[in-house]
Design a protein around this ligand. Sequence first.
Ligand code: THU
Length: 159
Amino acid sequence: MENKRLIIEYREYSSEEELPNEYKELYAKAIEATKGSYAPYSNFHVGAALLLDSGEILTGANQENIAYPSGLCAERVALFGAHANRPERSVEAIAIVAETGGSITERYAFPCGACRQVMIESQQRAGKNIKVLIGSRSKILMVDSVTDLLPFVFDGLEA
Ligand code: THU
């Protein structure tokens, strides 16, 4: 038996202004994207913005449905939309923000497990790590790879 340890590094920015310049617009677009959320059941409005290798930014927002499981998270709306409409492009970064009761959530808007799995596959498609920015009212957390959010990922059956 061997004890092993997994260390995950992440950065915490204390404001939007502190973010690296290349991600400022991306983060602002994620906040703006919360306006496209349809969340009458949870009142939890999530926005996701993707930075493509072309420099284009595409967004998504969660879409709920009265038959609850039929809805979809903001991250997957954004990622599936991007892959469907820009199949030749790869995703370089994703920013996620949630708003409820008229303001950005106090806690980080961490993506759910299903979205992490989808983000990992986008990363594999890109062949390059995707940076993930996760917003909150006062701070922004950033990891350099989706695997930092989902270590020991399911990545396929053996032949
Ligand atoms: N939601 C997202 O959009 N992204 C996540 O990663 C977690 C949850 C949405 C789904 C649902 O519309 C609402 O937030 C409450 O769970």
